[in-house]
Each structure stands twice: as structure tokens, then as C-alpha cells.
Design a protein around this ligand. Structure first.
Ligand code: ADP
Ligand code: ASP
Ligand code: MG
Length: 412
């Protein structure tokens, strides 16, 4: 049955008004009428989840995680039922489903739950009857069936990919407010160019480094289950970007995309005693506090002491500082300094495996614009630098130009 199943995911803007919802219903009807079985996943209408998060914030800064999920998951209940009604008007049979009605089973970590299973039975039964299931993105239910969970901001992408994997869909189409994946965020850099194809690994890196067009976890799923993805716009029929298995042509370009992330903060511990076991004593308690550490840099030791600098997510910064100040004292280190006005700019490309000199070209380009680099980290297919926040966007534009990303390479 999987062969003619298409999963269509509509982001907030695509269902942002009644007019848009009607347009989405027309698209789904067209897809269904050309011989496909369609399963829809929808986000809340644009701005709605933000509004809910804000309401919570007006009561408490640290909400009970269960209640937080109960509230922020409600935006999707509105959009899916409006969409189901619009589909009825377009002449289709359709049924909306909340996460627990499918069910989409997750672990118990509220506000960043992981999907452990999608039960395809009701969806398959609907498809057999010629009906379109319309599933709420972003939400799930715990194994016991008792608690509602959410998958983290942007989590509808993950719902769509997991549903596509469970149904072995021929494609998972992600409809969003841009018409594909660009060399960098087109809202930050007008010279950004749309890419026809991107590999799973590159898209996973780009997502995790800040390209919010796909949620990172959704790309982990897509890669693991090889879900064919097509990222496109609901405003036209133009083809978007295909996420595909890598091939040899993709390595010809050194750099595929540039990402920008200002959601991290930097913490530096001065004069850390340079002895075996100290790093473990510092990062152990940080991990125990469930704080995710990203980049770590340790300076060369001088007179038995070293500086240790690392980055954490901004929303975990306060918690991290509390823990770090305490352990710094315990291990006999010096001052702890924090900086929340930083930005991380990264370049991603499969071609970095075979092209040398990418890093030096990057540093050169930044130096010419007098952009100071605070931290550097590299892996097989990416190079990241941390800069002062005010240099973040200029750095993206500088690098885009320096690597000629506005020009379509012949190989593509
Ligand atoms: P949706 O509500 O449809 O899920 P999102 O706002 O989550 O949409 O994601 C789309 C946004 O991702 C775009 O508006 C764009 O600003 C941003 N974005 C960041 N990097 C890229 C990129 N490389 N290509 C395309 N869009 C990007
Ligand atoms: N509505 C949720 C959010 O705004 C999920 C999503 O849009 O993917 O984060
Ligand atoms: Mg999104």
C-alpha cells in the first residue's frame, strides 16, 4: 500500500488563515484525485503556539512540564479540525486525529519528547476507505496513554517524517513559507540560492546548526529510515528541494550551505587546575542537570592552569551558570564568565571531505571584514565559528559571497 501514499505536512503559515486552509484543502484534493492516498500532518495556525507559550510565561517562568504540554499542544487541535472540515467541503472524506488518538507514542520527557512508535492501523483503515487522516503535528502520548507530550518547537516536521516512515510513504512533502532549502536562510541573506538536492547528512547538520526549515530530530528520523523528503511551498506548484541519498556529484562543491544560530551562550572558566579528571568533574554535574553542552575549547596550559570555554543553549544558560559556578569553586578554579551575545555561524558541505583549505578561506574572509573569531570547531562536513552577535549576520553574508554560493555550480 505504501507505494502510492503521500504524507503532506503543512506548517503554520500554510494553515495561517481560513483562506490558506481552503487552499491547502484544494491541494490535498488535487493530490488525492490524481491517484494518491494522502495523509496530512498540520501545525497550529501561525503565531498560535507562540501565543500559548506567552500565556504560560505570564503565570510562571518555570511551568510544570505536564501542564505546559497540555496547553501548548492545543493549537494543533484547531487547525486539524478546520482542515478536516475544509476537506469535506472540497468533496473528500477526512478525519482529524490528535496525537493520542492515532496514537503517536512517545517517551515521557515533556516538551522534548521522542517518538517511539506510530501506530499505523487507524490511518491505514481510513486510507482503505478513501478517507484522508489529518494528524496533529508536534504532539504525542506516553506509552501508558495517560500523558500528552510535545516534541519541541518545530516538532510537526518530526510527526510528518515518523508517520511517513510508519506508512512507508513514497514521499513526505514539507510545505512551508519558503520554496525550498536555500544556501542560507533567505530571510537573512537576499543572495541565498535555492538548492535542488541536499543529502540527508547535510540537511541534518544544517538543521542542528540552526537552519530551522527542518527540525533536527525530524532529520535524524528521515536519515535513519531513508524517508524521501520534498521541502516546498504551499503557495505555488513549483518543485522545491529534495533530500536524497548522497552521490559522488555532491562532493564536488566544498560548501553547500551556511547556517546562523543565536540561541547559544558562552561560559568561560578561568584558571582551571590542569590535572587529569578535572574536565569530568566539571562536565559531570552539567550533564546531570540535563544541560546540553555544544562546543568546548580548552587553552594550552600555562603554569599548571588552563581556561575552559564552552557553549550551551540560551534557555539552559541560567541553570548551567548556577551549576558551573558551584563546581568551579569545588575544583579550585578562578572566575566564571558568561556571554549571551554571541552567534554561531557554520558552513556545511559533503565536499569538505575532499576539499582542503576551506577553513583557512573562511578565516581569511572573516578577517578581511575585521570579524573576530571567539571559538572554532570542526567535524567531517562542517566548520563552525562563534562570533560576537553583532557580527553574526554580516559573517553569513561575507562567507556566502566569499564561497560564491549565489552562483549555481555546473555540477548541480
Ligand atoms: P514552518 O512554520 O512551515 O514549519 P519554519 O518557520 O519552521 O516553517 O521554517 C521555515 C523558515 O526556515 C524560513 O522562513 C526561513 O527563515 C528558515 N530557514 C533557515 N535556514 C533556511 C535555509 N537554509 N533554507 C530555507 N529556509 C531556511
Ligand atoms: N506548532 C508547533 C510550533 O510552533 C509545532 C510546529 O510548528 O512544527 O513549534
Ligand atoms: Mg517549522
Amino acid at each position: 500500500m505504501g507505494k502510492n501514499i503521500i504524507v503532506q505536512k503543512f506548517g503554520g503559515t500554510s494553515v495561517g488563515s481560513i483562506e490558506r486552509i481552503k487552499a491547502v484543502a484544494d491541494r490535498v484534493a488535487r493530490t488525492a484525485k490524481s491517484g494518491n492516498r494522502v495523509v496530512v500532518v498540520a501545525s497550529a495556525m501561525s503565531g498560535e503556539t507562540d501565543k500559548l507559550v506567552k500565556l504560560v510565561g505570564q503565570i510562571t517562568e518555570s511551568p510544570d512540564p505536564r501542564e505546559y504540554d497540555q496547553i501548548v499542544s492545543t493549537g494543533e487541535q484547531v487547525s486539524i479540525s478546520l482542515l478536516a472540515l475544509a476537506l469535506h467541503q472540497a468533496g473528500l472524506k477526512a478525519r482529524s486525529y490528535l496525537g493520542h488518538q492515532v496514537p503517536i507514542v512517545t517517551d515521557t520527557i515533556h516538551s522534548k519528547a521522542r517518538i517511539v512508535k506510530v501506530d499505523p492501523r487507524k490511518l491505514v483503515a481510513d486510507l482503505r476507505k478513501g478517507a484522508v487522516p489529518v494528524i496533529a503535528g508536534f504532539q504525542g502520548v506516553t506509552e501508558s496513554g495517560e500523558e500528552i507530550t510535545t516534541l519541541g518547537r518545530g516538532g510537526s516536521d518530526t510527526t510528518a517524517v515518523a508517520v511517513a516512515a510508519a506508512l512507508k510513504a513514497k514521499v513526505c512533502e514539507i510545505y512551508t513559507d519558503v520554496d525550498g532549502v536555500y544556501t542560507t536562510d533567505p530571510n537573512l541573506c537576499p543572495e541565498a540560492r535555492k538548492l535542488d538536492r541536499v543529502s540527508y547528512d547535510e540537511m541534518l547538520e544544517m538543521a542542528s546548526l540552526g537552519a530551522k526549515v527542518m527540525q533536527t530530530v525530524s532529520m535524524e528520523y528521515a536519515k535513519r529510515f531513508m524517508v524521501p523528503l520534498h521541502i516546498r511551498t504551499s503557495f505555488s506548484d513549483e518543485p522545491g528541494t529534495l533530500i536524497v541519498k548522497e552521490d559522488s556529484r555532491m562532493e564536488k562543491q566544498a560548501v553547500t550551505g551556511i547556517t546562523y544560530n543565536k540561541n547559544e551562550a558562552k561560559i568561560a572558566i578561568r584558571r582551571v587546575p590542569d590535572r587529569p579528571g578535572i574536565a569530568a568533574r566539571i562536565f559531570g554535574p552539567v550533564a546531570e542537570a540535563n544541560v546540553v553542552v555544544d562546543m568546548i575549547v580548552q587553552n594550552v596550559s600555562a603554569d599548571g592552569y588552563t581556561d575552559l570555554t564552552f557553549t550551551v543553549m540560551k534557555n539552559e544558560y541560567k541553570q548551567a551558570m548556577d551549576v558551573v559556578k558551584k563546581v568551579a569553586k569545588d575544583v579550585g578554579a578562578g572566575e566564571v564568565e558568561g556571554n549571551t551575545s554571541i552567534a554561531k555561524v557554520s558552513m556545511v558541505g559533503l565536499g569538505m571531505r575532499s576539499h582542503s583549505g576551506v577553513a583557512s578561506r573562511m578565516f581569511d574572509a572573516l578577517a578581511k571584514e575585521s570579524i573576530n573569531i571567539l571559538m572554532i570547531s570542526t567535524s567531517e562536513i562542517k566548520i563552525s565559528v562563534v562570533v560576537d552577535e553583532k557580527f553574526g549576520q554580516p559573517a553569513v553574508r561575507t562567507l556566502h559571497r566569499a564561497f560564491n554560493l549565489h552562483e549555481k555550480p555546473k555540477e548541480e
